[in-house]
Design a protein. Structure first.
Length: 150
């Protein structure tokens, strides 16, 4: 970089934020409150939503100048991190008159894909059986034709 270009690196001693912020965000996201939602009342029953919560994250930091033999101005620093969460609804617990009932959530997309896979497998199996029968009939025809000539 030339001396006229602005520097995007962090000066020594300067901070960009709280380093514990990603850890605190992960702690807030990955807890039992996410798996068991707030209970609420509906039609005289207490409903407790349940979900499967998964997540992961990572952080890194780098510094240094790299290989100065190939770089005119070797500078370096950096850092970063990331965190991802997936929440999948599983169903609800319904509490009515002291009785607890589990009501699973139905994933319609998964059911549709499963049906499509099943239909595809059935079509392929039917085609394989039909082809085998056709080959058997063709073989019988050719065998009978050869026997009548001989």
């Amino acid at each position: 970089m030339s001396d006229q270009e602005p520097h995007d690196h962090v000066e020594q001693g300067q901070t960009l934020g709280d380093a514990n912020l990603p850890v605190e965000a992960a702690r807030d996201t990955q807890n039992v409150r996410r798996a068991f939602g707030e209970a609420y009342q509906a039609d005289g029953a207490t409903i407790i939503p349940v979900a499967k919560v998964m997540g992961g994250g990572g952080m890194g930091f780098g510094s240094g100048g790299g290989d100065t033999a190939h770089a005119q101005h070797a500078e370096g620093s950096g850092g970063g991190g990331g965190f991802g969460t997936r929440v999948k609804p599983l169903g609800v617990y319904s509490v009515r008159d002291g009785q607890v009932k589990w009501e699973p959530a139905i994933d319609v997309n998964r059911a549709i894909i499963g049906g499509q896979v099943l239909v595809t497998v059935l079509i392929v199996a039917w085609a394989c059986v039909r082809r085998a029968r056709h080959k058997a009939r063709r073989w019988d025809y050719l065998s009978a034709r050869a026997a009548s000539r001989g």
